[in-house]
Design a protein around this ligand. Structure first.
Ligand code: 5AD
Ligand code: SF4
Length: 465
């Protein structure tokens, strides 16, 4: 596909803006909305765009879903439980609507884009008014207009790999913002459904990204999180072959105090990127580097294109270039055929690397992926036992890795009041670890300098300086 086919043309965006205006003028349109979000940051950011569009259509946010006139579920399908939870909640709302017959129910996101899901919605979830996939987000005004005017179910899963620029956004936080740099994924890790539901990899134009970042800086944003399924392969197919390292360097020059990014694929983590991070002034010393498994045979079956040794090499390069860097990872246990010895390789890798945090998952077969047809499904009791062992190991190591921060200075961006005390606030330090310090509501959104004094139950506390 050439660039002209990827970027949604301005005329189409104008057409949608016109539908938004028409929805706003409908007397029977919904007046309030509630967005329920499942899954990753990418989805959270899509929800911000959905909220932005709904506000353009004249709706106001409603804190409780049962009070809203328009409820939309932005779904995830990366694991089966995410999907089950979403469908369960959608069904629950059907009951709520009996008391509120004008409520409009919509379901969107990755789950809707799964093969066969459109038919399921049309047949078994007839009460859903509107369903659309990730590629049709920008068409929400048109689809809602249709639904409101015809009273019929509108389902749109047409899957084109497009980029829609300049959608209105209602940000969740004022101090921190997401900034998407690329969409989709071409890696086809054998367990993963993402490439099937989010389409082919496509990068946004670097100048457009820079303009957006400058706008965010001007509006007082203190931290941006660059988003992409595989940010390290940013730039493929763009004129001039821009790289992620190059983009990051340009963004660093804007002066936004904190820049983070996710997710990275170890196979594409270049030395240039490590250098830009080491030399950057605002790029935070943290890295999320999913390893998935510590065993080479399993990594091969996962189609990850790196070995345990290569992964460890990337980690040591990161650590020597950026001392003290905060490292986090994703791990899947019980991939088809995983033996006890292969699982032990993962445990040993965790012991060797000592991550600051690890997101651990039991393998969940996803229809249509390569792994779903592999032999050697691991019994549930074995998987549960393995993941418990892994979590226990990670927690015990974390107690040691976090100890390196005691006595150190950190700058935290305050996210909110502490859950444990009303006279304390907590936020994320530069290394992505959470720190709690004395404070109050006025500190939310501020960057505070503190010295870390204590570590208890894997929670760091500090004093303001
Ligand atoms: N089963 C379990 N975990 C999965 N992930 C992706 N697909 C699956 C699956 N089928 C995990 C990976 C990925 C994270 C976002 O979700 O660890 O990095
Ligand atoms: Fe899924 Fe692999 Fe792409 Fe990540 S890199 S989204 S795990 S296919």
């Amino acid at each position: 596909m050439n660039r002209g086919e990827i970027i949604v043309p301005q005329e189409e965006m104008n057409r949608q803006a016109e539908f938004a205006r028409q929805v706003r003028e409908l007397p029977h349109r919904p007046k309030s909305y509630h967005v329920v979000t499942y899954g990753c940051q990418m989805n959270a950011h899509d929800s911000e765009k959905i909220a932005g569009m709904l506000e353009e259509m004249g709706m106001a946010p409603s804190p409780q879903r049962e009070d809203a006139d328009f409820v939309i579920f932005n779904t995830c399908c990366v694991r089966e439980n995410a999907e089950r939870r979403a469908l369960g909640n959608v069904t629950w709302l059907k009951e709520v609507r009996k008391q509120k017959p004008d409520m409009v129910i919509a379901v969107c996101g990755c789950m809707i884009q799964e093969p066969g899901m459109a038919e399921v919605i049309l047949r078994r979830y007839r009460f859903v008014d509107l369903a659309f996939g990730t590629a049709n987000l920008h068409k929400l005004p048109e689809m809602l207009y249709q639904t409101l005017n015809t009273g019929q179910q509108t389902v749109n899963v047409e899957n084109r790999d497009v980029i829609a620029e300049d959608l209105p956004i209602r940000r969740l936080r004022q101090d921190a913002a997401f900034l998407t740099i690329m969409y989709g994924c071409d890696n086809f890790c054998s367990y993963c459904i993402v490439p099937y539901v989010r389409g082919r990899e496509r990068s946004r134009d670097p100048d457009t990204i820079l303009r957006e970042a400058e706008g965010l800086a001007a509006s007082g944003v203190r931290e941006i999180m660059l988003l992409g399924q595989n940010v390290n392969s940013y730039g493929k197919g763009l004129p001039g072959d821009p790289t992620f390292a190059g983009l990051l360097k340009r963004l660093d020059g804007i002066g936004i105090p904190r820049i983070r990014f996710m997710t990275s694929h170890p196979k594409d983590l270049s030395d240039d990127l490590i250098e830009v991070m080491a030399e950057g002034r605002h790029i935070l010393p943290q890295f999320h580097l999913p390893v998935q498994s510590g065993n080479n045979e399993i990594l091969k079956k996962m189609n990850r294109h790196y070995s345990r040794e290569q992964y460890l090499d990337r980690v040591s390069r990161l650590r020597s270039a950026i001392p003290g860097i905060g490292l986090s990872t994703d791990i899947i246990v019980s991939f088809p055929g995983e033996t006890e010895a292969q699982f032990e390789d993962t445990m040993n890798l965790v012991r060797e690397v000592r991550f600051d945090s690890a997101f651990t998952f039991i393998y969940s077969p996803r229809t249509g992926t390569k792994a779903a047809s592999m032999d050697g499904i691991i019994p549930e009791e074995v998987s549960t036992e393995r993941i418990q062992r892994l979590i226990a190991l990670q927690e015990s190591l974390q107690q040691q890795t976090l100890a390196r921060f005691i006595g150190q200075e950190e700058e935290i961006l305050v996210e909110g009041l502490s859950r444990r005390s009303s006279t304390a606030v907590s936020g994320k330090g530069k290394h992505a670890v959470s720190v709690t310090v004395d404070g109050n509501e006025q500190d939310i959104g501020r960057i505070l300098k503190c010295r870390i004094t204590n570590l208890k139950n894997n929670t760091l506390t500090g004093e303001r300086i």
